[in-house]
Design a binder for this molecule. Structure first.
Ligand code: ATP
Length: 709
């Protein structure tokens, strides 16, 4: 029998099972829709208990239906034939037949673990592991691994030659590739690491750190849903572009209870993608900024009144600049938070005025309480208080640093003269362009330093309010939407996450670790990163300290990933040559796939560069089916974007910093020499060179940037 016939026969065998699964899925979907509808019909009953029951029913049914819908594609992707004669199918979610026998085991369930962990050396009771590829309900291919040939029963067929390599050769879409069917053993170890403590995953470019982190999030939600869905999982990535790139993976894993944030969008109200220069970012990221901000948070308000004069019952009451200064200092001592002690400041003002009024022996002076309320009723007095001690927003105070005199005063003795000079001007655009990514951590720090004014408690005034997003008078569609998004709705600055995943953690600055740590007081953590890819040019010890403090004394579990699944070996060889110039002993991952195509390095004249870049990008459009990343030094983004304007959407223009974590089928890297100007720049170049799966072209006006092997 020919190989093709055997393959077709085996596909037909699997198709039978897959058909059963989809038939069952259709039934389950119908049941869920029915339950949802019945839930709504309970509306007529009208008691509070019935309403709660109805909402719970609708919510669960809608969630179930949503899960069934999102997992439709490639639902079954694996089969295990075991020594004990049993056969298990592994898939994106668990499905049972109507007699409760499993038709598919969820990939995260213990029974599926052998699918990822079994090897010929340690078959774990598995004779044959089969990967099933399909397109919607149709099985299209099979790849087998015979793990225990001696135990194989007669007639057991083995087809295909490796699902992993087949999957790696596929073109990249805009979102991250789904690896659930080809997770490798060392990755699986990290994914199933204990739920508590801190799981640390390191590995070079393309080793699947991001993929592991996201699958781990899905695994945790599966293994202890009430804990992790209840508290929520926060996933942090370096940039907005990256967060968009990974956003598709979580729902496709069947999970919708994770919150994704970039470092620039951790603080509500800001969604920053603006970057500082490396030098400025490392100063703003240093823990010493806390001292600088502390001083700012206690300073006088620009333009605030320097004295108070009040005519009270014909007598002049007066607070001099010195009096006011004394009150401010006294109230703000011992780490008091300015917004929280505002009331104390006002009390002291009343005290001094009251003492003066008594001393003046005013006739008809009322009791102190009344005296205070008389003053509080006066517009001029209220205006004074508001101007002298306003409610501070972090942004208002951060803007003070744009004033060179203030910056010098706050940073004096904390930052060096050169550092202060470097910072000057870096806060100027706050007003017009909003904060940079590094500023966001400073805003968060200021928020902590100053505290928040206490808000008067609001009563819920809407008797028809059932739950967030659901009113008693609402449509069917409202309820469906609300049921689906419930669980995603947390307060704006929620801080009680059950788990925090930090991707590209090597780029989290000390100040950012403080910001992230504030959201993780009750969390367990997964931290993934590669120190060789950091753009941080500040003090590495300070970085370690800040990270350790954020993670606290929780137990650490460490994992190292060693295979690069992204780059062709030809591409990774170029990246490796670059990083070895500064880290000669760095253990590098091995790239498993060869395309036989060597990267190209093109030299252009300054005048000819725009046209050359465009031509090279067009050439890649003809050569690969998927995405093309055009990567350049940060300051040249707008210029290079103009050169490739109007090309199809699969051409994406990103800076070398934004390229972090991203992946493209082809990369056109512009002016590599301009990126690698210092050690942090060399590490950034290493990142940029390791983004492509199939083709890499470097192009610039300065030859000789690539070290000889
Ligand atoms: N087990 C696997 N099966 C199939 N593809 C995989 C596997 N592991 C990783 N990949 C693919 O390899 C590529 C790199 O993965 P990922 O982005 O997670 O790596 P990374 O370690 O985070 O990389 P970097 O540090 O360079 O950002 C992705 O396309 C991912 O889908």
């Amino acid at each position: 029998m020919s190989d093709t016939t055997v393959l077709q026969q085996e596909i037909a065998v699997e198709q039978q099972h897959v058909d059963r699964v989809y038939t069952r899925l259709a039934e389950l979907r119908k049941n869920a829709s029915r339950a949802e509808k019945e839930g709504y019909q309970l509306a007529g009953v009208g008691t509070f208990g019935a309403l709660v029951e109805r909402d719970a029913m609708v919510f669960h049914a809608a969630r179930r239906r949503h899960a069934l819908d999102t997992e439709y594609e490639g639902l079954v992707f694996g089969r295990l034939d075991q020594l004990d004669g049993a056969t298990h199918y592994v898939g994106r979610m668990g499905i049972r037949d109507d007699g409760s026998k499993p038709l598919v085991v969820d990939w995260r369930a213990p029974a599926a673990a052998a699918f990822y962990r079994a090897t010929p050396a340690e078959p774990l009771g598995v004779i044959r592991r089969r990967m099933i590829q399909s397109s919607r309900e149709k099985v299209t291919g099979i790849e087998d691994d015979l793990l225990d040939p001696e135990a194989a029963p007669e007639g057991m067929r083995v087809v295909g030659d490796g699902a992993l390599l087949a999957s790696l050769a596929k073109a990249t879409g805009r979102g991250m590739r789904d690896i659930v069917s080809t997770i490798q053993r060392e990755q699986d170890d990290a994914i199933r690491s204990p739920a508590g403590g801190v799981t640390i995953v390191t590995g070079g470019p393309g080793t699947g750190k991001t993929a592991v982190a996201l699958h781990r999030a899905a695994y945790l939600l599966y293994s202890d849903r009430s804990r992790f869905a209840g508290g929520g999982i926060l996933v942090i990535g370096p940039s907005g572009v990256f967060v968009e790139y990974i956003a598709t993976v979580l729902p496709s894993l069947g999970e919708d209870t994770a919150t994704l944030r970039s470092l620039g969008s951790m603080v509500p109200a800001w969604d920053s993608s603006r970057v500082d220069t490396g030098e400025v970012a490392s100063i703003k990221g240093s823990l010493r900024m806390r001292r600088v901000l502390e001083r700012a948070s206690h300073d006088t308000v620009p333009g605030a009144p320097t004295e108070l004069k009040l005519l009270y019952r014909g007598t002049l009451l007066r607070l001099t600049a010195q009096d006011l200064e004394q009150i401010r200092r006294r109230v703000l001592q011992r780490g008091a938070r300015r917004n929280e002690v505002r009331g104390h400041g006002f009390d002291r003002v009343f005290d001094v005025l009251w003492a003066q009024a008594r001393e003046a022996k005013l006739s008809g002076l009322p009791e102190k309480k009344e005296f205070e309320s008389e003053l509080a009723d006066r517009n001029d007095f209220r205006e004074f208080l508001k101007a002298w001690w306003p409610r501070f927003t972090p942004m208002r105070v951060l803007r003070w640093l744009a004033d060179p005199r203030r910056l010098r005063a706050y940073a004096n003795g904390v930052l060096s003269r050169d550092e202060i000079t470097a910072l000057q001007g870096s806060f100027d655009a706050l007003e017009t362009e909003g904060p940079t990514i590094a500023d966001v951590a400073l805003l968060d720090e200021l928020d902590e330093l100053m505290g928040r004014p206490r808000k008067p408690q609001k009563r819920s005034k809407n008797p028809f309010h059932v739950r967030d997003g659901v009113q008693e008078v609402s449509t069917f569609a409202d309820r469906q939407a609300a049921a689906r998004t419930q669980g995603l709705q947390r307060e704006d600055d929620y801080r009680e996450y059950a788990h925090i995943v930090v991707d590209e953690s090597q780029d989290v600055s000390p100040m950012q670790w403080r910001m992230v740590g504030r959201r993780g007081a009750y969390a367990s953590w997964t931290i993934v990163g590669d120190p060789a890819q950091t753009a941080w040019s500040g003090d590495p010890e300070e970085l370690d300290r800040a990270r350790e403090r954020a993670l606290g004394t929780r137990k650490r579990n460490s994992y190292a990933l060693t295979t690069n699944y992204r780059n062709s070996s030809e591409i990774f060889e170029v990246a490796a040559r670059v990083i070895r110039t500064i880290m000669p002993d760095l253990p590098l991952p091995s790239a498993v796939r060869s395309t036989g195509v060597a990267p190209a390095d093109v030299v252009a004249t300054v005048a000819g560069l725009p046209e050359t870049v465009r031509e090279l990008t067009e050439k890649q459009l003809a050569e690969v089916d998927g995405t093309i990343g055009v990567i350049m030094p940060v300051p040249r983004q707008a210029e290079v974007a103009g050169w490739v304007a109007g090309l199809p959407e699969r051409v994406q223009v990103v800076t070398a910093l934004e390229a972090k974590g991203m992946e493209y089928d082809a990369v056109v890297l512009v002016e590599p020499a301009q990126i690698a100007t210092d050690p942090a720049g060399v590490r950034t170049l290493y990142v940029a060179l390791s983004r492509a799966t199939q083709r890499l072209t470097t192009v610039g006006t300065k030859p000789g940037w690539l070290p000889k092997d």
